[in-house]
Structures are given as structure tokens and as C-alpha cells.
Design a protein around this ligand. Structure first.
Ligand SMILES: NC(=O)c1ccc[n+]([C@@H]2O[C@H](COP(=O)([O-])OP(=O)(O)OC[C@H]3O[C@@H](n4cnc5c(N)ncnc54)[C@H](OP(=O)(O)O)[C@@H]3O)[C@@H](O)[C@H]2O)c1
Length: 281
């Protein structure tokens, strides 16, 4: 029997409807939510992501300020730009598109963002608050994954959840979020041994490696009726793919998220939601 294909576009639309309602409320109080983005360099994937984020803002009525900077820009100039956006009362959210050029320091750059405007939830303050169970602004992709699980009423409490990724962007915040919902979280990475055996005990498997030469989640790694959330986005023969062998896994799992059309659209919707939270702070 086939499992259910998770519909990320439908969930994203639901979130956007909620966001529009909140924007109308804020506007009635004289607040016009505004997101400032900073893109440094000419990475083509980053250009596409920034374009999508601006389009989504426009769709729901969030104003945007678009800073596109050359990769020759100095760390000082980037810090100063962020400082000026921190002080600008008309700007509620600041997003620095990653990855940065090698000449810039990611930690220093992100640390300059005011935690109240940190719509990506990546500042040390927001990551720390999440770890101690007092989340304010949290990374969009992990939040989007929880939206998926809640949308389909997939229980989290007491479940074994295997997360294949340990980055600040995905694995670490996801670990804290799932732990706060009483899951048993198994954090996996490139040094994890017996990954197949660990995956097989997962009631939910969340995978975000993004390199099919290094890792593919195959059907024999997934137990019957498990839930598989595929976060990864990579290209295989010119086609966008995730980590999971979707066609085979959906025959066995209860729910599987596709790539594209799964986690991606929800991540963008969560950015809109975070911008509204920032505007209310
Ligand atoms: N859908 C969305 O909205 C969305 C949002 C953000 C990112 N993404 C996608 O998610 C993927 C991951 O992003 P990222 O920025 O976190 O990438 P990353 O920095 O390259 O991290 C990849 C993670 O996978 C682990 N890994 C690598 N090889 C492995 C293996 N053979 N077995 C088990 N784990 C392995 C790494 O472990 P180590 O820590 O040991 O290196 C690391 O934790 C990418 O494809 C990205 O495009 C999607």
C-alpha cells in the first residue's frame, strides 16, 4: 500500500493565509512589516532563493529592501550595513543569505544582526534561547518541519526521530525543537556508524545531507509506516532531488515529503511568519 505524499505547497498556502491576516492587523495599527535581505556575491542558487523570498513577501504584503553586494565587500562594511538596518525602525527583519564568500566570517556577520530582527534564527542569542527552551525567533526549515508533522497530526511525543544533519541551520535547532516536544532524537552526521540500523528504528526520519554521492536514503533503511521528511535539495542529471528514493520509500512509509514541493515552500512561508513575529516584537 502506498503512503501519503506530503503537500508542501498546500501547507505553505495555509501559513500564508494566517500571515496575511496578521499583516492586516499590524497595518491597522500603523505597522507595515518590512524584511531587508543581504546577498553578497553572485552564487546562482542564492540569487534564486532571494528572488523567491522577495516574491513571497510581495504575495502577502510584506515590504522588502534588497541589498546586493559585491563579493569584494569588506567585513567592516557588511557589519556597518547590518548595524544601520538594526537601527532602522522601518525594518523588522534582517536576512543574510548564506553561504557567504570565503573572505567574510559567517559567525561575525550573523552575530551583528539584532536578535529581535533575526528572522533566520541564527544569532547566538536565538540559538541559545532555543536550546534552553525559550524560543523567540527560530530557524525557518526546522519550524517548517514541525508544521508538516502537526498539519498531518503525526505524533512526536515519545517517538524515535532520526535526524541526518547536525548543522546550525537544520540539525541543531531541529534537535532542540523535537526534544522540547518529548521526542527521542537521534542526531546523525558524516561520522555516524551503523546509519542504516539507526534509521530502521526511526518512527520519523528527517534527512538533510544534500549530496547523493555521499548518501541516499533507500527503502531498506526505512521501517514499515515510518514518516520520511526529505529536506535536501541537490541536482541529479539536471533534476532537483532530495536524499530519499521517493518512489520506493512511499510504497512502505506512511508519509513522505517530495523534492521539490515538500519542505522548500514551507521554509519560505516560515520566513514570512518570522518576519511578522519580528514586527510584533
Ligand atoms: N528545503 C529547504 O527549505 C532547505 C533549507 C536549507 C537547506 N536545504 C538543503 O538541505 C541540505 C543540507 O543543508 P546544510 O546547509 O545543512 O548542508 P551541509 O552544511 O553540507 O550539512 C550536511 C549535513 O549532512 C551530514 N552528512 C554529510 N555526509 C553524510 C553521510 N554520508 N552520512 C550522514 N550524514 C552526512 C553532514 O555531517 P557533518 O556535520 O559531519 O559534516 C552535515 O551535518 C542541502 O541539500 C540544502 O540545499 C533545504
Amino acid at each position: 500500500m502506498n503512503g501519503i505524499k506530503i503537500d508542501g505547497i498546500k501547507i505553505a498556502q495555509k501559513i500564508k493565509t494566517q500571515v496575511r491576516k496578521k499583516i492586516n492587523l499590524l497595518k491597522s495599527e500603523g505597522i507595515k512589516p518590512c524584511l531587508a535581505t543581504i546577498l553578497i556575491g553572485t552564487n546562482s542558487a542564492s540569487l534564486t532563493y532571494i528572488k523567491k523570498k522577495h516574491e513571497a513577501c510581495k504575495e502577502v504584503g510584506i515590504a522588502t529592501i534588497d541589498h546586493k553586494l559585491p563579493n569584494t565587500i569588506s567585513q567592516n562594511d557588511v557589519n556597518e550595513l547590518i548595524n544601520s538596518l538594526n537601527k532602522n525602525n522601518k525594518v523588522h527583519g534582517i536576512l543574510v543569505q548564506l553561504p557567504l564568500p570565503k573572505t567574510l566570517n559567517r559567525f561575525e556577520t550573523i552575530s551583528h544582526i539584532s536578535p529581535k530582527k533575526d528572522v533566520d534564527g541564527l544569532t547566538p542569542y536565538n540559538l541559545g534561547m532555543l536550546t534552553i527552551g525559550k524560543k523567540i525567533l527560530t530557524t525557518c526549515t526546522p519550524l517548517g518541519i514541525l508544521e508538516i508533522l502537526d498539519y498531518y497530526d503525526i505524533p512526536i511525543r515519545g517517538k524515535n526521530i532520526v535526524v541526518i544533519n547536525r548543522t546550525e541551520l537544520i540539525g541543531k535547532p531541529l534537535y532542540s525543537l523535537l526534544l522540547s516536544r518529548d521526542a527521542t532524537v537521534i542526531s546523525c552526521h558524516s561520522f555516524t556508524r551503523n546509519l542504516k540500523e539507526l534509521c530502521k528504528i526511526g518512527d520519523i526520519i528527517i534527512t538533510a545531507v544534500g549530496n547523493r554521492k555521499k548518501f541516499v536514503l533507500t527503502e531498506d533503511m526505512v521501517k514499515d509506516n515510518a514518516v520520511v521528511i526529505d529536506v535536501a535539495i541537490s541536482k541529479n542529471h539536471g533534476k532537483l532531488v532530495g536524499d530519499a528514493d521517493f518512489t520506493q520509500i512511499i510504497k512502505k512509509a506512511s508519509y513522505v515529503s517530495p523534492v521539490p514541493g515538500g519542505v522548500g515552500p514551507i521554509t519560505v512561508a516560515m520566513l514570512l511568519k518570522n518576519t511578522i513575529i519580528a514586527a510584533t516584537l
